[in-house]
Every structure is written in structure tokens, then in C-alpha cells.
Design a protein around this ligand. Structure first.
Ligand code: HH2
Length: 282
């Protein structure tokens, strides 16, 4: 299947795409102010690109369960210096992880080529910004918002709901003049989903291929990996790799990850197995 990325057309076949995560986090501001926060994020982005990231995803607001929203001015102040310094100097496409139209518009003006919206372009102003650009759009599923989503983690028919949701979002974006070829779908692991929901999504991910759009999986170091393994965030690499490999087998081709080098190797092996020519029986 084809994925439009600005003027480029990517052929999404067997090769995985790795999206390296760069958080411009408040902690990095605490000791040295915004300059140091931006410096650390830029260094991290370069490091992930060197490790083999195909895209870099920059986010200025944590969307962890219970996380409080960040005012738009603060989010702009976090991501703008990073985008200003990175966009012209890094060879890989930059994605902005935001659901705020002002942040998306600023990021596009500074060279971002992908809009990653964890609310699936719920805000009509985000639809407008997207329609006025040639950006690739990552449409993620979530119910409620990060502060309240835990209360929304109830489903009668989880995969059916995801399919209805994505169908509705694709229709809305296409009506706004956006070509389907620009759209990526993401089931939103951990967003208004409990353990059983996250595991069921991985089991049945292939059912979301009905739309003929690439699937993105974001499970790196997430709570679900900790629930299964008993590990805290720093010990979740092996579990995250297992989930990525299973997701690959079920059709995911874009992976939002913290550990680019390790995920690249794990998925290289998964791809080699999936595409190896059959050998004659002895
Ligand atoms: N998960 C997080 C943030 N953005 N975007 C997409 N498309 N898919 C995801 O699964 C996804 C996302 C989780 O963010 P957070 O908990 O803030 O931490 P981190 O950015 O370190 O993953």
C-alpha cells in the first residue's frame, strides 16, 4: 500500500518504519531553563536518527494516563526551539505529537511533515490545519482525554468500535479534501484501554487492515508491558521488542519507539523470517 509523505510516495510493504520518540519534557526544564530542554531533545533526536530512526516524533505534552494538559503557550515554548534547530539540519522527516491546532500549524511552518494526533483529529481546527497542508496524518484512537481516559475503558465490542471509529475519522478527513493515502491508523495502546483490551488489540490487529491504510503501533515501554513482565520502565525493552515483533506479524508497519537500534534489529529478524523464500523439503 502507498503512503503519501508530502511530495514523496512511500511503498509500505514488508519493511518496518521506525518512529523515534523525543519528548521535550518538563524535567529537562527544571535545572537549566528551556534552552537546556531543547538542547537535550535535539541531541536525542540526532542520536535516534543515527541509530536508524526513519522518522522523529517530537512531543511537548505527556499523554500518560492522568497527565494534566499543558497550556498551548507552554507547549509552543517547548517544541518551537527544537523544531527551529532540527528541521533544516536532520535528514529524516519530523512528526509533531500534538492535538492542538496552534502547535500543529507552528510545527508545519517550521518543517514538520507528519501530524501525530492522539485524539484522532477530533478538534475541527486540527482538521482544518491538516487539510491546508500536505502532511501525513497519524489518526490515533482514544476515548476521553489523558486525564479521564481510564474511566472510558469499557467496550462491548472493542475491535468493532475501533473499526467504526476509524471509518468515521477517515470519512471526516476525506470530506475535508484529504487523500486517504495521507492517513495512518493507530489503535492507541494504553489510551482508554485496560490490560485485556491492549492484549486483544495485538491479537486482532490485522482486522484493522480493512481500510487499506498502514497501521502504527505505539507500545514501547508502556504500562501494559510492565503489567505482563513486572518491570518498571527501564526494564521494559525485551517486552517491548516482543510486542513489536508480534505487531509486525499482525500487520503493523510503523513503530513508535524509544529504543530504535534494538527495535530495528528485532524487526529485521521478523521481516527476514516473514519474507524468506520457501526452501524445497529434504
Ligand atoms: N503514545 C504516547 C504518545 N503519543 N502517539 C501515537 N501515535 N501512538 C501512541 O501510542 C502514542 C503517541 C504515549 O506518550 P507518553 O505516555 O507521554 O510517553 P512517551 O511519549 O514517552 O511514549
Amino acid at each position: 500500500m502507498k503512503l503519501q509523505l508530502g511530495a514523496d510516495e512511500l511503498d509500505i510493504g514488508s519493511a518496518p518504519i521506525l518512529m523515534g520518540i523525543v519528548n521535550v519534557t518538563p524535567d529537562s526544564f527544571s535545572d537549566g531553563g528551556q534552552f537546556l530542554g531543547a538542547e537535550a531533545a535535539i541531541r536525542q533526536a540526532r542520536c535516534l536518527a543515527d541509530e536508524g530512526a526513519d522518522w522523529i516524533d517530537i512531543g511537548g505534552e505527556s499523554t500518560r494516563p492522568g497527565a494534566e494538559p499543558v497550556p498551548v503557550e507552554e507547549e509552543l515554548a517547548r517544541v518551537t526551539p527544537v523544531l527551529e534547530r532540527l528541521a533544516g539540519s536532520i535528514s529524516v522527516p519530523i512528526s509533531i505529537d500534538t492535538y492542538k491546532a496552534e502547535v500543529a500549524a507552528r510545527a508545519l511552518s517550521l518543517g514538520a511533515r507528519i501530524l501525530n494526533d492522539v485524539t484522532g483529529f477530533r478538534d475541527e481546527r486540527m482538521v482544518e490545519v491538516a487539510a491546508g497542508s500536505s502532511a501525513t496524518l497519524i489518526v490515533m484512537h482514544m476515548k476521553g482525554d489523558p486525564e479521564t481516559m481510564h474511566d472510558h475503558a469499557r467496550y462491548d465490542d472493542l475491535v468493532g468500535e475501533l473499526i467504526d471509529y476509524f471509518g468515521g475519522r477517515i470519512d471526516r478527513l476525506v470530506r475535508a479534501g484529504i487523500r486517504r493515502e495521507r492517513i495512518v491508523l493507530d489503535p492507541g495502546i494504553g489510551f482508554a484501554k485496560r490490560r485485556s483490551h491492549n492484549l486483544a488489540i495485538l491479537q486482532r490487529l490485522d482486522e484493522l487492515l480493512v481500510f487499506g491504510r498502514p497501521l502504527l503501533l505505539g507500545i514501547s515501554r508502556k504500562r501494559i508491558v510492565g503489567e505482563v513482565t513486572g518491570q518498571t520502565e527501564s526494564g521494559r525493552l525485551a517486552g517491548s521488542l516482543a510486542a513489536a515483533v508480534v505487531g509486525y506479524g499482525k500487520g503493523a508497519r510503523i513503530f513508535r519507539v524509544h529504543d530504535v537500534a534494538a527495535t530495528r534489529d528485532a524487526l529485521r529478524v521478523a521481516e527476514a523470517i516473514a519474507t524468506a523464500p520457501p526452501v524445497p523439503r529434504d
